[in-house]
Ligand binder design. Sequence first.
Ligand SMILES: Nc1ncnc2c1ncn2[C@@H]1O[C@H](COP(=O)(O)OP(=O)(O)OP(=O)(O)O)[C@@H](O)[C@H]1O
Ligand SMILES: [Mg+2]
Length: 343
Amino acid sequence: MTEKLKIAVLMGGQSAERSVSLATGTQVLNALDPEKYAVIAIDTATGLSSLPRPAGGGGEESPVTALTQLPQLEKDGLPDVVFIALHGPGGEDGSVQGFLEVLRIPYTGSGVLASALAMDKARYKMLCTSASIPTPAGIVIKRGESARIRKAGEEIGLQLGFPVVIKPCRQGSSYGTRLVKAPEEVLDALKDTFRYDDTALVEECVKGVEITVAVLGNESDCFALPPVEIIPKHEFFDFEDKYSADGAEEICPARLSDEDTKEAKELALECHRLLGCRGMSRTDMFVTDDGCVVLETNTIPGMTPTSLLPKAAAAAGISFERLLDLLIGYSIDSSARRGPGGK
Ligand SMILES: Nc1ncnc2c1ncn2[C@@H]1O[C@H](COP(=O)(O)OP(=O)(O)OP(=O)(O)O)[C@@H](O)[C@H]1O
Ligand SMILES: [Mg+2]
């Protein structure tokens, strides 16, 4: 009998997306095949307290340790792979990935640089621009720029015109994101955005069909899943639309022409490779009359019951269990390829 792989699932964390991460982590815990994997769950913020129990674990409670105890797991053997089910700053931005690099433990998803670049929407935009990947016109406003903030309505009107979308540079799940239609709404929106980050990204509001395209695989060997079309119930794809049962309508495969589907998939692959993503990514974009415009690339897309990546995988005939097997496989492959210095 082959020995089971030891998997530590990291979830929870301290970002605003904690609840989404707990939902993702629970879904992952429940679906990891107990015949193949010995699984422990680790809440990187609170240790034991708010962890859900995995189903199908033989009725036993999972041993749960705080992240800082990982190195002390040595006596029982370090995990073979860490499955990172964290979202947002502290989990998706390269910091946990760097910690695991130092410990030389393979982990799912992208490495330090790709994670950090994808988390920072302003720097991501600069990178896309340098590679001629279309993104919405935008400007960056920092929390400390009080004189500029007072006149931001005027500046935005001149530079971009209204409506615009104002959002935190490093956040996800549409937290702190607002559709702003007039100069007098700007201050309020910026205040909300600065609750989540000290840097706000103000973008022209793109009109078109909203889609997201997931990519699986490592940089040199990856493929795009069918695009998912998003039809929000609200003015844009906000938190409620993303996570409530009667949220946005999501159609997979998206109702696009073959030509648009091809362009969207190629663009998602290009973003995956440009950032140097590993394992998975999900690029959000709009299909406009002038072609696709990219909003962002997520390196740890949600895996809750309503999430888009599992939906796209299912449309391609990849079950959730198989998706997890693939992600674990990619993490081992890429870590072996990076050699002993980057196990
Ligand atoms: N420039 C824009 N034009 C039109 N709509 C936008 C724009 N930017 C953001 N949106 C809307 O806001 C939503 C959230 O924006 P975005 O994907 O950039 O941020 P996020 O919070 O990081 O998302 P995720 O939950 O995918 O990580 C988008 O799905 C889209 O509906
Ligand atoms: Mg998004």
